[in-house]
Unconditional design. Structure first.
Lengths: 287, 334
């Protein structure tokens, strides 16, 4: 991938245009950040929210304390963590194994396998038949339904294959000569050489699982199995606002709950941004 | 994907293939471990993707969703209604509305987001300070990763007609809206649609720029230098060098996303409320409400039929886009 270059190398002179351009981008960044900043402020503000404050009027952590001490709130959080960790592992396992098989060019039936998988991107069973299958398998109201289904991600699998295709085939040949079994080659050569790909696709899976809402809405009725997104949704819709701790207002608790849903991501995002970007580039720009 | 091959090599390849065919059995044995590796996804895709495809046969019945112990074939025969569900569909105003909404909302969203992403990336590309550029990129990519539930939560509060609603507060302070007559944006279907597009722009414009920036970084700087020598202004260079260079990528992005227009669900679902439910329905939300929140006994046969119609249109779109993609860039999207 080419590194980003400044195209106008001939005129590095600061022009009025550059100042206007910078101002435009400051405004764009503010538009992006203001809604998020409002949530941050409101989650820390014990006074009733008003329009927009740039700083909490009455600072307090009571909103967050309500989230972490109320079992109806931290239980969904635990479900979210479990399914995100388990699902990401499962998704990565499935896609790396399959992608590894798909780069064995003289494997009999390779075209069939890849056609079989790609066809699911062309034609889908639809919401109701899929629901009926999940129900017939007695997987409704189990975490299996919400963990297994998003793990089958053909798009991510194709990205993984693209990463693997970048590994020089001479490495596979020499591994074979040295007596590596396919599974040894997979663990000793393919995976160590695809760390960036694993990070990038693993993160996509993790974000998908953490943000998973539709699958829960369809397959989970039991509120004991709700993940945090489901819980957050019902808090915002006002149907079951948890009792606020200390002097937190309802609004404080709501905003604190939103913050808890995005904080894990916010912490890792600045450090891992390049992997997120890498994923989309290898998928779309690859020729 | 196909590479052009020299005739002499092609002949050798033929010979090679012939010898390979003889050794298919040998190769199957050699690769036996690999079949085991691919087995899990084959089984999972069969269960969760292929069986539901066959499950679409319910579209031709009046199945009511209640579990039955009757053998499937017998059940299907007894409840078979032919194309009645499809006839009913096209004479139901709610379905026609949802169908139109799906196309209108996803295509408008696609065009708005693409135009915005192109403009933002053109100007982002002109930023000289590399650190400022990096920071701006980090910030504008961010909303893409927020879940739709979080996004809807944040904007429901920002757009609320109470004193906590940011937009109404600003409008009142500017004197555009009178205090006490704040607009309940998400409860009026025209405003709802407007904000649906705005929220989508907020969420995905930044992320959309990545692919365009990658293309822009590949443009040969010499072309710009030639432009300078010819005395081209900055905007002339943008118009006559940068934009044409982006054209191919724009077409690809449009084709790739056009294939997905029928899938609209979660973003609409989480922003809807009872006041605008019917007027803002898309096919997937329509199916959901008709099946799981129906006031009467749900007709799973009918909702499966709606889903099947949606899948067929989606399938046609994917195939058309695949064909277009092959024309434009020599390889398909699938």
């Amino acid at each position: 991938m080419a590194k980003s270059k400044v195209n106008n190398t001939s005129k590095p002179k600061i022009h009025a245009f550059h100042i206007i351009n910078a101002v435009i981008f400051i405004v764009i960044c503010l538009i992006v950040l203001i809604p998020i900043w409002k949530v941050v402020v409101d989650s820390l503000d014990l006074k009733t929210a008003y329009g927009m404050r740039f700083w909490p009027k009455e600072f307090g952590l009571d909103g967050y304390i309500s989230v972490f001490t109320n079992p109806t709130l931290y239980h969904p959080l635990i479900i979210s963590v479990i399914t995100t960790v388990g699902g990401t592992f499962l998704g990565l396992l499935l896609s790396t194994l399959t992608a590894y098989v798909l780069i064995q060019y003289d494997l009999p039936g390779r075209t069939f396998i890849s056609g079989y998988l790609l066809f699911t991107m062309v034609f889908t069973g639809g919401m109701i038949p899929t629901y009926l299958v999940v129900r017939a398998l007695h997987l409704t109201n189990t975490l299996w339904a919400v963990t297994l289904i998003p793990a089958i991600n053909i798009y991510d699998l194709v990205l993984m294959r693209n990463f693997f295709e970048g590994i020089p085939s001479s490495l596979f040949e020499s591994a074979e000569i040295d007596g590596c079994s396919p599974i040894q080659t997979f663990f000793r050569i393919v995976l160590p050489l695809s760390k960036a790909g694993l990070a990038s696709i693993g993160l996509m899976f993790a974000v998908n699982y953490w943000n998973n809402y539709t699958n829960y809405k369809l397959y989970i009725n039991d509120s004991n199995l709700y993940n945090f997104q489901m819980k957050l949704r019902s808090i915002i819709m006002g149907s079951d606002l948890p009792s606020a701790a200390g002097s937190a207002t309802e609004n404080t608790v709501r905003n604190a709950a939103i913050m808890v849903a995005i904080i894990p991501f916010m912490i890792v995002y600045p450090f891992l941004q390049k992997y997120f970007v890498k994923g989309i580039n290898i998928g779309a720009v690859k020729e | 994907m196909a590479k052009k091959v020299d005739p002499a090599i092609a002949k050798n390849l033929e010979l090679l293939k012939a010898s390979q065919r003889r050794s298919v059995k040998k190769r199957i044995w050699k690769y036996r471990g690999f079949y085991l590796m691919v087995l899990p996804i084959i089984v999972l895709a069969f269960v969760f993707n292929y069986i539901p495809m066959f499950g679409n046969v319910y579209a031709f019945t009046n199945y009511n969703g209640i579990k039955t112990s009757q053998p499937l074939l017998e059940y299907l025969q007894e409840h078979w209604v032919g194309f009645a569900n499809f006839k009913k569909m096209f004479s139901t105003a709610e379905f026609v509305k949802a169908f139109g909404n799906t196309l209108f909302m996803s295509i408008t969203k696609l065009l708005l987001n693409t135009v915005a992403a192109v403009i933002v990336s053109l100007f982002l590309n002109e930023i000289l300070n590399i650190h400022f550029k990096k920071i701006a990129q980090t910030i504008i990519y961010l909303p893409h990763f927020l879940s739709w539930v979080v996004t809807a939560s944040v904007f429901t509060m920002i757009l609320s007609p109470t004193s906590a609603g940011l937009v109404n507060t600003v409008l009142v302070n500017l004197g555009i809206v009178e205090k006490g007559s704040e607009i309940y944006f998400l409860a009026k279907s025209n405003w709802w649609t407007f904000w649906f597009f705005m929220i989508n722009l907020w969420k995905d414009t930044g992320w959309g720029t990545i692919i365009f920036l990658a293309t822009l970084s590949g443009i040969n700087p010499e072309i710009y230098e030639a432009g300078d020598i010819d005395g081209a202004s900055r905007f002339q260079k943008m118009r006559y060098i940068t934009l044409p260079a982006l054209m191919n990528t724009i077409v690809i992005v449009l084709i790739l996303d056009l294939a997905k227009v029928m899938n609209l669900f979660e973003s609409v679902f989480v922003l809807q409320n009872d006041a605008v439910k019917i007027s803002t329905n898309v096919l997937q939300t329509y199916v959901y409400y008709q099946t799981f929140q129906s006031a009467t006994i749900a007709n799973y046969g009918y909702t499966t039929a709606v889903g099947l119609a949606k899948s067929l249109v989606g399938c046609a779109l994917v195939l058309i886009c695949n064909w277009l993609s092959k024309k434009v860039r020599g390889r398909g999207i699938i």
